[in-house]
Ligand binder design. Structure first.
Ligand code: SIN
Length: 294
């Protein structure tokens, strides 16, 4: 089904089996030259559908950051695993890539799996939006999946929902989603001692008003007040529910695709791909304005 908004953008819902309306493709727009009305329609669709796909874009880094800034102030990207910034003079651009030039990786996360996560949830106010723009894609693999955290919450069995409500989770800042230790962090095996933030396990979206699970990432997570085995058992139960395939859709990338997601009510993961092939994505993130709240 296609519904056409007044600003003449076409919104084509994608949907996951148990998450109707989760994800949409926006057709007929050039992100370099959006009118205010078209941008407003896109912003509304982003709140409604959580993840938006735009195909066929041709953006320089400046155009990518200019579009990103229309959603709010941009975060500086985390420092690369080798301690370097990614793009000279553009600290907002995070390069996700396996490509090595002159012996130096040009980006982060390599060619392995990136596990389910919410971007930078270890911060007091994590980014509200993230976007990923495809510059080079491998012939196979490297697909990115998105998971609807409203649907995950709304379908929780009653007993599990009651147990989850009111709890807080430690969001670890030691490892990135590729499993690499972040710059400047000394790893510990105890999530209670690790750097990071406590956020409510069940949060309310500040714009849609809907409730969602807020999990961050599984590795080194801990539920405040529980001993580690109890915390792990409850987290495992919640995670296996939240990442059910029927709450997710998977994007197969083409060069020129831009995917914009609401980082507050989704998680994402990436499939591994052949390290001998090339994948280059540029990512920006829009600052969160408030901590996640119940
Ligand atoms: C990310 O986790 O931000 C990167 C996802 C991807 O490489 O598709």
């Amino acid at each position: 089904m296609t519904d056409t908004l007044s600003a003449a953008i076409d919104v084509v819902p994608i949907s996951a089996p148990s998450a109707p309306g989760f994800g949409a493709e926006i057709r007929g727009v050039d992100l370099r030259t959006l009118s205010d009305a078209a941008f407003a329609a896109i912003e509304r669709s982003w709140i409604d559908h959580q993840v938006l796909l735009f195909r066929g874009q041709t953006l320089t880094d400046r155009e990518l950051t200019a579009f990103s800034r229309r959603l709010g102030e941009l975060d500086h990207a985390p420092i690369q695993e080798n301690g370097q910034r990614f793009v000279d003079g553009m600290p907002e651009i995070y390069v996700v890539s396996n490509v090595i030039e002159n012996g130096v990786p040009i980006g982060s996360l390599g060619a392995g799996e990136a596990v389910w996560h919410t971007d930078m949830s270890y911060l007091p106010a994590p980014p509200k939006a993230s976007m990923l723009y495809a510059l080079e894609v491998p012939p196979a693999g490297g697909d990115t999946s998105f998971c609807d955290m409203y649907a995950a919450y709304e379908s929780l069995p009653d007993a599990l929902r009651r147990r989850a409500t009111g709890l807080r989770v430690k969001h670890d800042g030691t490892y990135n989603s590729g499993g690499y230790v972040r710059q400047g962090v000394t790893p510990t095996d105890d999530p209670r001692q690790a750097p990071g933030m406590l956020h409510p396990l069940v949060c309310t979206h500040p714009e849609s008003g809907r409730r969602m699970l807020y999990l961050g990432r599984r590795r080194m997570a801990w539920i405040e007040g529980l001993d580690l085995p109890q915390s792990d058992a409850l987290l495992d139960e919640i995670w296996s529910h939240a990442t059910r395939p029927d709450f997710t859709w998977t994007h197969r990338w083409r060069v020129g695709d831009l995917v914009l997601w609401d980082n507050r009510c989704t998680m994402h993961r990436r499939d591994p791909f052949d390290a001998a092939t090339r994948r280059i994505m540029h990512r920006t993130q829009v600052k969160g304005v408030a901590p996640p709240a119940s």
